[in-house]
Ligand binder design. Structure first.
Ligand SMILES: NC(=O)c1ccc[n+]([C@@H]2O[C@H](COP(=O)([O-])OP(=O)(O)OC[C@H]3O[C@@H](n4cnc5c(N)ncnc54)[C@H](OP(=O)(O)O)[C@@H]3O)[C@@H](O)[C@H]2O)c1
Length: 336
């Protein structure tokens, strides 16, 4: 299989290569792609150097799959060009997520929305993926009526330049500011840009994408996105009101049984999910599972996951696996 990784030098792109290596895609014909700044440089894949090519050259190679993590404008411009030469595009940006004919996929939940006519598949926003992973089994059992979400998002969610800002500030060096303020010793209730209604684009993504993935256009959702000076993953406090009442033991069982979820909840022994725990792991961790006594049928959860893994690269590679397993991509060798 010829597989293009567009944005290979970025935070998501580099984790994408790691995840591909871990999944054993050694004989895949990797096409590393980045901007003109990087064309001609090399990246290592399974210990061997591979030359980075331009998007145009990659399109000419007609790969079976192109996984994009190069920002929304690159996706808007180039995804249709890949699709036109028969490539399946899996896009990590926000460019295509809310298009009617583009499936927005978390494989454990709604891979069945991919059809043989699909050409562009959208990977949801990182904070949405980890939250819907925890919600999906509970929504099936009790039907979510309303969500109140507060996120505590890692700087790795903003890319290489944001991590550099944090590290430079910690080291006391002059930092190029990606954020409007210093992030070291600070946090701000601001992710993306502000809309006219006072919410940010990151907050609106949580609302729109959750409704689309869970096929619940009327689900009542409100969110506050906060950027915090950590690097290992996003954390989320999620308050859920259900249509029906629940048994707390059943909630824990449903979460435990859901693939990709690890319940890590032993507060008496100070065990709860944290970015330090999630970093480098593919799972979504759920803890602080407790009834909200202030409202009927309501529950509080704390959900943590590595945004570069399940929030981006791992989810995308799981979609590739789904395409292969369901013979939506035809392979011309035994590379997998
Ligand atoms: N970080 C996350 O947790 C996360 C999670 C989900 C989705 N995403 C999405 O994934 C995308 C990338 O995020 P990131 O954090 O990896 O960003 P990043 O670290 O800033 O990396 C951006 C990558 O895109 C490449 N690129 C930029 N413009 C390009 C162009 N016109 N043509 C080809 N390549 C181009 C860059 O190449 P050069 O090195 O050559 O500049 C680099 O490889 C964004 O759309 C983001 O919203 C990120």
């Amino acid at each position: 299989m010829k597989l293009a990784v567009v944005g290979v030098t970025g935070l998501v792109g580099s984790v994408m290569l790691k995840v591909l290596e871990e999944y054993g895609y050694e004989t895949v014909d990797l096409v590393p792609v980045a901007s003109s700044r990087s064309v001609g440089k090399t990246i290592d894949y399974f210990g061997k150097p591979r030359k980075i090519v331009s998007v145009e050259d990659a399109i000419a190679m007609k790969p079976e799959v192109a996984v994009f993590s190069a920002g929304a404008s690159a996706s808007l411009q180039y995804a249709p060009q890949f699709a036109a030469v028969g490539t399946f595009v899996i896009d990590n940006s926000s460019a295509w997520r809310m298009h009617d004919h583009v499936p927005l996929v978390v494989p454990e939940i709604n891979a069945n929305t991919i059809t043989k006519d699909t050409k562009i598949i959208a990977n949801p926003n990182c904070s949405t993926i980890q939250m819907v992973m925890a919600l999906a089994p509970l929504h099936s059992a009790y039907t979510v009526k309303r969500l109140v979400i507060s996120t505590y998002q890692s700087v790795t969610g903003t890319g290489v330049a944001a991590v550099k800002q944090l590290h430079d500030e910690i080291a006391g060096r002059d930092a190029v500011q990606v954020y409007p303020y210093p992030i070291h010793k600070n946090l701000f209730p601001h992710g993306g840009t502000f809309n006219e209604d006072g919410y940010t684009t990151e907050e609106q993504k949580l609302v729109d994408e959750t409704r689309k993935i869970l096929s619940s256009p009327a689900m009542r959702i409100t969110s506050t996105v906060v950027r915090v000076p950590v690097t290992g993953g996003h954390s989320e406090a999620v308050n859920i009101e259900f249509e029906r009442d629940f048994d707390l033991k059943d909630v824990v069982r449903l979460l435990n049984d859901f693939p990709g979820i690890i319940v890590y909840d032993d507060p008496k022994n100070n065990k709860y999910p944290m970015p330090l725990l999630s970093e480098g792991k593919n799972d979504t961790f759920v803890g602080r599972i407790r009834r909200d006594f202030s409202n009927p049928n309501s529950l509080n959860l704390w959900v943590v996951s590595d945004n570069l893994r399940k929030g981006a690269a791992t989810n995308a590679i799981q979609i590739v696996e789904y395409l292969v397993k369901n013979q939506l991509i035809t392979l011309n060798n035994n590379s997998l």
